[in-house]
Design a protein around this ligand. Structure first.
Ligand SMILES: [Zn+2]
Length: 89
């Protein structure tokens, strides 16, 4: 089982499809395309998973500190931490 140690010390399970920390960052264009397919010819479960993963990024959210770790492939992650909350507008 692959694991990733967050900077805060929390260890995140990277097992695909089983980790509650695993998220998919899906482009709006992909979501629109899936909507189009669903409204015209339908989509199998396998087709849905194939379509939604097309161009998507896998992101892990640390449940302890909230950092987001974007999987760049080959074991490389780009990590992001929440900035101070500022209300705009
Ligand atoms: Zn963390």
């Amino acid at each position: 089982m692959s694991k990733f140690a967050c900077i805060c010390g929390h260890v995140i399970n990277l097992s695909h499809g089983t980790s509650e920390s695993e998220l998919s960052l899906v482009p709006e264009t992909t979501i629109d395309a899936i909507g189009g397919i669903l409204s015209t010819r339908g989509l199998s479960e396998e087709g849905f998973y194939d379509a939604i993963s097309d161009g998507a990024f896998t992101v892990y959210r640390c449940p302890k500190c909230g950092r987001l770790h974007l999987d760049e492939g080959d074991g490389i992650f780009s990590s992001y931490i929440k900035e101070e909350i500022v209300q705009r507008g």
